[in-house]
Design a protein around this ligand. Structure first.
Ligand SMILES: CC(C)(COP(=O)(O)OP(=O)(O)OC[C@H]1O[C@@H](n2cnc3c(N)ncnc32)[C@H](O)[C@@H]1OP(=O)(O)O)[C@@H](O)C(=O)NCCC(=O)NCCS
Length: 164
């Protein structure tokens, strides 16, 4: 896939490209910022080695390859897909990167003729839920006490979006 450049307000300039196994250490560092049980670079590398798994990374133009601004990882098996994780670094949020990353996954899934996309999200994660609802996801289930953290347990919402 080609690089997709795009220009944001405030003069920040980003591009998306497919996530590669060599991005594993950097994306696992980014994942650590936000998730109570972060995935190791080995876990990312072994996910990315699977044929069914793909993703995209957003980088700020001119900043080298070390620090991705955001990334998304998805899996497509048969004709159903799942968002495994999506994260944007704090200093790069609210500039449309989460949206661009999700949009890149949707385009790829349309290309592959997938039928539906699922995800699980912590029911207390308002920013992510807002993003997903704007993307046309709706709630199809709930898993109580799914996420455990130092501050207690919270449930997961299971969300789905039709792709056809
Ligand atoms: C969720 C996340 C990926 C959004 O990334 P982002 O790049 O800031 O999102 P965008 O700028 O593309 O936002 C797109 C839309 O989502 C919604 N949204 C995003 N962040 C929001 C927030 N903090 N509060 C309310 N709505 C929000 C808005 O509708 C926004 O559109 P707008 O800016 O025009 O109002 C980011 O907050 C993040 O990495 N969070 C931590 C990791 C995480 O929770 N991942 C998801 C769980 S798997």
């Amino acid at each position: 896939m080609m690089r997709i450049p795009f220009l944001k307000p405030r003069g920040r300039d980003y591009f998306l490209e497919p996530l590669a196994q060599s991005d594993s250490p950097a994306v696992s560092r980014l994942h650590q910022e936000d998730f109570h049980r972060p995935w190791t670079d080995g876990e990312f590398a072994s996910l990315l080695a699977q044929d069914t798994v793909f993703g995209f990374v957003a980088r700020e133009t001119g900043r080298g390859h070390e620090a991705p601004a955001g990334f998304v990882l998805a899996r497509l098996a048969a004709d159903e897909a799942e968002i495994l994780t999506v994260a944007v670094a704090r200093s790069h949020r609210r500039q449309g990167l989460g949206w661009k990353l999700m949009d890149a996954v949707l385009r790829e899934l349309h290309r592959q003729r997938a039928e539906a996309l699922f995800l699980e999200v912590d029911e207390t994660n308002a920013p992510a839920i807002a993003l997903y609802r704007r993307f046309g996801f709706s709630e199809v289930g709930k898993r109580p006490n799914y996420y455990q953290s130092a501050t207690g347990a919270s449930g997961a919402l299971v969300m789905r979006r039709d792709l056809r």
